[in-house]
Design a protein around this ligand. Structure first.
Ligand SMILES: O=c1ccn([C@H]2C[C@H](O)[C@@H](COP(=O)(O)OP(=O)(O)OP(=O)(O)O)O2)c(=O)[nH]1
Ligand SMILES: [Mg+2]
Length: 147
């Protein structure tokens, strides 16, 4: 379990985010709002979460949509998965977009996204002229077919 230091200044719900079930990958994030916001079709907005975190070195946080909101209301994150860098000390904010044909409301304290903490590696790039041969070679974008 990775330990994450957290500061919370949520305008609508001061409880820490938590995992909804024993083995959930993501903890739900709540909208930190003083009043409800209405998103028109195709409108996007930055939703504050009131959360400020300090990740351990070598970890990132991925901000992902919630499937229920996506299927029921067309509400999702424009930049999914959002990346929270380990050295970021600002407030975690959500770039939410309404992809439905109806206006959609986000209430203060609603659980509107989820955060997955994950390890990553930084790459050191080694420039060369020729890459090694493989069976795939340059094939991609569906070249192995569908069935
Ligand atoms: O959904 C998101 C994505 C990013 N961030 C914050 C944390 C992250 O560490 C920082 C930068 O994000 P990113 O690297 O994706 O954005 P950028 O456009 O490359 O900005 P920068 O030049 O600041 O890196 O913004 C959020 O709060 N929410
Ligand atoms: Mg960046």
């Amino acid at each position: 379990m990775a330990e994450v230091i957290v500061k919370i200044i949520n305008k609508s719900a001061n409880e820490l985010p938590s995992y909804a079930t024993a083995e959930a990958a993501g903890m739900d994030l709540r909208a930190s709002l003083e009043a409800a916001i209405i998103l028109q079709p195709m409108e996007r907005t930055l939703v504050p979460t009131g959360l400020f975190i300090e990740l351990p070195t070598g970890y990132e946080a991925q901000i992902r949509p919630r499937s229920g909101l996506a299927i029921k209301q067309g509400l999702t994150l424009l930049n999914t998965p959002g990346t929270i860098d380990a050295d970021y000390r600002g407030e975690i904010k959500l770039i939410m977009i309404n992809l439905s044909n109806e206006p959609q409301t986000i209430q203060p304290g609603d659980r509107v996204a989820q955060m997955v903490v994950a390890p990553f590696v930084q790459a050191s790039l080694q420039p060369v002229e020729i890459l090694s041969d493989t069976v795939r070679g340059e094939g991609g974008f569906g070249h192995t077919g569908k069935s």
